[in-house]
Design a protein around this ligand. Sequence first.
Ligand code: ADP
Ligand code: MG
Length: 688
Amino acid sequence: MQLTTPISELSQVGVATAKKLARLSITTAGDLLWHLPRRYDDFSERVRIEDLELDQKVNLVGEIQMIGNKRTHRSRMHITEALIADDTDVLRVIWFNQPFITKALKIGDQVSLAGKITEDFAGLVMISPSYERLNAGQAIHTQGLVPVYDLTAELSAKQVRSLVKQVLPLAHIISSALPSSIQNKYQLITLAEALKQIHFPTSQLELESARNRIAFEELFILQLRSQLARLQAKSHDALIVAFAEQDTKELVATLPFTLTEDQRRSAWEIIQGLGQAKPMLRLLEGDVGTGKTVVALLAMLNVARAGYQSALMAPTELLATQHYETLTRLASTTDLRIALLTRTQWRLNIASEKLSKAKLIKIIASGGADIILGTHALIQEQVTFNNLDFVVIDEQHRFGVEQRRALMAKSSSTTMPHLLSMTATPIPRSLTLALYDDLDISIIKTKPKGRPAIITKIVEEPDRNKAYDYIATQIKAGRQAFIICPLIDPSDILGARSVTEEYERLSQSVFRDFSVGLLHGKLKPRDKDSLMSKFAAGEINILVATSVIEVGIDVPNAVIMMIENADRFGLAQLHQYRGRVGRGEHQSYCFLMTDSSDDKARQRLNALLEHDNGFDLAKADLQFRGPGEVYGSVQSGFPELKIASLFDFELMKKAKEAAQTILTESSDLSLYPDLKNKLGETADAHLE
Ligand code: ADP
Ligand code: MG
């Protein structure tokens, strides 16, 4: 067997099993080896039957004295009953709806059982324990620390464990990218040992050292990648953008508002970065509504004055269009040529007639636009720039590294563009430092003044109508409202509200007198946009929407955000929704609708009542859900780590130091071909 051996060649893997494994992206023996347990059931405690106590979670070993199936009359349920004996006593065991067990276990068999001891009318009993016969070698399902795999795609835990057991010998031929000098210096065990121990640890201590070893390598690679990327970026030249002081002041003076202190400072930091001969790599971090877009505009103005182009990429059509509308308005006193390029829209603020896609692409390529706004459409092959020198990524966590890189690659071949990534996802400072090394960061902490704080309320079913009455009052006063539901279509299984159903109900009865709109991701981009424009223009009073609304929509006249099944959403997401209101001078409200009686859900929602800034909420969210869920997902743009935690600073520090050591020795990794190989293509892509 090799690491590359197809999974179908293992014993016990038929077509059906192979298919299920493929769903977990496991197609080779090596993949299986890297399918790591998420947690472990602790059955280290082996107990004699006479010593069993109620509620104990134990492993016990004994002989089957009796086993048989029966069916209950009323519920027609299969029940398998057995008696297990050891030297000390006999215990009853019951399994529900697994009649096949009588085929696997026979009278006289030595078995190992793992489960919880409960009690019924006839005394102590073990209900539906995991089981395995002991004549077939070492127990892997019922004794010691038993691995539990997170995703099993309909495979039983037992199947997965047995399959992993089969490929475990391969651990010895797997090669580690971690240089042995580093392994020795930090006293780590070998990868082979670590892999064996992480799947089937014989003690908590063994498990610790295995996790530590694998986590170290992950963080080391992460650090190496980011340090290398920075080294490489800084080895390029960038076009220098001189500070256009006069024009910048003029634009600032004509804005319909005064910039906040944080906006001024951030803009200044960015403009200074643009003035360097080395590419700027900067993150602009600011909670929703803090006004990041205008900061980007000031920077892009400077780039235009220096004679270069800027591109701003946003994650959705809606957002790109909105940026186009806002920026053309804010820049109306300048002669900036602003273009919008999405899948369905081709616009240029100075054009008098409608443009075709081909025409707009030509204009951009020949330098006829200074600021090019768009979606992923910007990275299509046909799109080229005349002299792109500044790339702005809005909501950077929505984009992959590759997409960012693709846009940056559209600048000239001899220089590298300056990069500004904007995000509303608050990343704790300590984390950015650990992760992103010396990436430059500008932070906008304070929101523009003169906006009353949003009043947030948890609303339970009995008060639903009061909430509707309140919405009606606000609409009569000329304001607008959002209503968010988790689902598009009704679903019995998920038991949550859907936009189609709510839309029907609200538009036909509750809000019959008002204009109600329905927005969801299945609509055509054009329909979505026209709906949003109507809402922005005040022609629609109430917008019933799914999560498509989440990012960046800006309608200052909307003052109510009602979120159905609020307990189904993460805090960060709820905070994003809430950020859609409170953008004008009117008092705004956020109604968190819930029918959940779960205490934890309730506490989570309470955090939104207590905190109104994303940084504090992120902290609270971390306590409820753990970093994996908050930061670990692909969506949030954080690297996928199997084992390591981004919050393990001690280990991160060591990994960082190790990466520095290696890069000092060999800045292009030529001394470490394995490492170089492992980093591969992406080595120069990780620009943040
Ligand atoms: P975000 O940081 O969430 O991207 P936006 O850039 O969309 O925020 O700005 C939100 C709203 O605040 C916009 O309507 C914008 O015009 C407005 N805005 C930006 N800066 C200020 C300011 N200093 N004072 C008042 N309103 C501002
Ligand atoms: Mg924004």
